[in-house]
Every structure is written in structure tokens, then in C-alpha cells.
Design a protein around this ligand. Sequence first.
Ligand SMILES: [Zn+2]
Length: 117
Amino acid sequence: MHEITLVTGLFEIINEQVAAQGIESISKVRLKVGELAAVEPMTLAACFEVVAEGTVAEGAQLEIVEVPLTGRCRGCGERFRIVNFSFSCPVCASGDVEPTGGRELYLESLEGTMKSW
Ligand SMILES: [Zn+2]
């Protein structure tokens, strides 16, 4: 269960943005989570709720955008979706596949209200 660690790290980034942009309250947090990041969205959402309590993100909606696992064949250059962790090219059957997507785990955007100066 590494979701709580992820959420704690996420909040460090959120707090930086809150301070830098003068955000008063956050209504929505959009996260990109790759298929390979091995994150359980329900657990992540529950952890988020707990950590958000008492912060500007309290009650914010957590939107998780899942990024599929994709790869590129080093042999023929084909780009494809990797299903069932089968790292072989559907075109030339080469096993020399470079993963191109699916490890992501980052804050894509924040929605909230800014402080009026
Ligand atoms: Zn290929």
C-alpha cells in the first residue's frame, strides 16, 4: 500500500502551487496515473480524502486519468498498446520494445479559486 506515500508527495506539489498561485480553495485535482504505476484508484481517492482534510483541498474532487501502457518497437518503429504485459511487437513480433507510456504519476492540473488581491 504505497498510495499514502504518493498522496503525501502529491500534497507537497499541491502546497507549492497553492503558495505560488495564491489558491484559496481547490475544487478539483486531476491526476495522471499510468497503468504500470500500480495504483488502486479507490485507495488513492480514500487516502486523498484523509490527507486533504483541513487543507485548501478539503472536499476537492479527485479525478484520476488512467494512462494505458504503450510501447514502441525498436525493430520496426511500430507504436502500440501493450495488453497483458506482453512486450512483443504485433507487426514484426520483435521482443525489443521500449515502453513509451504507462509509468506516469503526476499532477496534471488543479482547479480552484484564487485569492483576490
Ligand atoms: Zn516491430
